[in-house]
Design a protein around this ligand. Structure first.
Ligand SMILES: *Cc1c(COP(=O)(O)O)cnc(C)c1O
Length: 393
């Protein structure tokens, strides 16, 4: 935006993202690393984050939907790329032609991918998914031998290649939870069955960020890491980002739109849900629920204004909310820091998650398209400490 000051911005520190990817590779040195960039890279902006992850050595990128994977190809990504959330009639042929690895969780999907691969005369790259206990996507263990055998038959016909066997964990962010061991046992059995039938997948994978950080025995050939790439802890039990060698990538800030003195007893915002306790100064922050500020943050969302933590006063509206500065003053245009790495005393996404009863994942992912992403550290070399270069996103 040509250097004009912005209403609000989400700064995305790509040098931090690269350092996170390198740190995570160091935590799973025997495995390949997949950087998960679904949902617009958890709200951080998919193409710059994908490029930065590749620069830092991500062997794979992962998305939920095939459309997200195809958008990466359209954006120029040529590396290994997998997507897993398919619905009947999905764009199988486009994915095969774009050299995207696809996931198959059942016979209907296997039939569709076989038909698509025949139609485009090119073998599909398929990861077979088993539900080891998450109870979500994936083939039920009792159906696994049938799915694996049917996939082998298609492989022998040259229609596809089973490149992966995989699953997803339910409770890895609770290191003591017994479900993880139970899931790993089911997974090992499924791998044995696949092997016995004659499948030779290139990669076996089950770890998310939490398992990457806590369960080396779950790394297998590939780890799929999302939230940790963006510098957030997968859950409060795993420690703070700095303790995990991670740095939060996104900083959300806005510029005060208005500052004014008001008398005591002034109702603030819709429903007058906040009443000024006495004469005071109100500041208006030009961000609202349309920008992804949770309405649940009404009355409790933390932010740094003028060197102090404040709380949202009254309801978060679609485009704006107010803050009571008490005895302090400020000027319109001054920055309000909502969350970031915490270095400057600002709250973190985890603080927002705690205040609003959600998880850091949701806080960053929900930041809306109206907030411009501003990329820092977008160096072609990927050198640390080269940050500072800024471009509007
Ligand atoms: C989102 C997702 C991941 C990444 O999870 P994190 O907790 O963000 O590391 C890994 N695998 C699958 C299947 C996912 O949907």
């Amino acid at each position: 935006m040509n250097g004009q000051p912005m209403r609000a911005r989400a700064e995305v520190d790509l040098a931090a993202l690269r350092a996170n990817v390198r740190a995570l590779r160091g935590r799973a040195p025997e495995a390949q690393l997949m950087a998960v960039v679904k949902a617009d890279a958890y709200g951080h902006g998919v193409l710059p984050c994908a490029r930065a992850a590749r620069q830092a050595g991500a062997d794979w990128l992962g998305t939920a939907t095939p459309e997200e994977a195809l958008a990466l190809r359209a954006g120029g990504d040529r590396g290994r790329l997998m997507c897993w959330l398919w619905t009947p009639g999905g764009p199988w042929q486009a994915a095969i032609e774009a050299d995207v690895d696809v996931s198959v969780s059942g016979m209907w999907a296997l039939r569709e991918v076989v038909a698509a691969a025949r139609a485009c005369r090119r073998p599909a790259r398929v990861h077979l998914k088993i539900d080891t206990g998450l109870g979500r996507n994936g083939c039920a263990p009792e159906d696994w031998p049938q799915l694996a055998s049917a996939a082998l038959t298609a492989e022998e016909e040259g229609v596809l290649r089973v490149t992966g066997v995989w699953s997803h964990l339910a409770c890895a962010d609770e290191p003591e939870h017994p479900a993880t061991d139970a899931q790993l046992a089911v997974f090992r059995q499924a791998l044995e069955t696949a092997e016995r039938i004659g499948l030779r997948p290139e990669v076996r994978h089950i770890s998310n960020s939490a398992a990457l950080l806590t369960r080396p025995d779950a790394h297998f050939d590939l780890v799929r890491t999302g939230i940790a790439v963006y510098g957030l802890a997968p859950g409060p039990l795993l420690g703070r980002p700095a303790e995990l060698g991670l740095r939060p990538v996104m900083t959300l800030s806005a510029r005060l739109a208005l500052v004014k003195r008001v008398p005591g007893g002034q109702g603030v915002g819709y429903g007058h849900r906040y009443l000024t306790p006495g004469e005071t100064t109100l500041a208006l922050v030009p961000l609202g629920y349309a920008d992804g500020i949770p309405r649940h943050a009404s009355g409790c969302g933390p932010l740094l204004v003028g060197g102090k933590w404040r709380q949202i006063a009254g309801l978060v509206a679609m485009d704006q909310f107010s803050v009571d500065l008490g005895g302090d003053t400020a000027r319109a245009g001054e920055p309000a820091l909502l969350f970031g790495p915490g270095d400057r005393g600002e709250p973190t996404a985890e603080d927002w998650a705690r205040a609003t009863g959600t998880i850091g994942y949701e806080i960053v992912t929900r930041i809306g398209a109206r907030v411009p992403r501003v990329y820092l550290g977008e160096g072609p070399t990927g050198d640390e400490g080269a940050g500072g270069q800024s471009a509007d996103g």
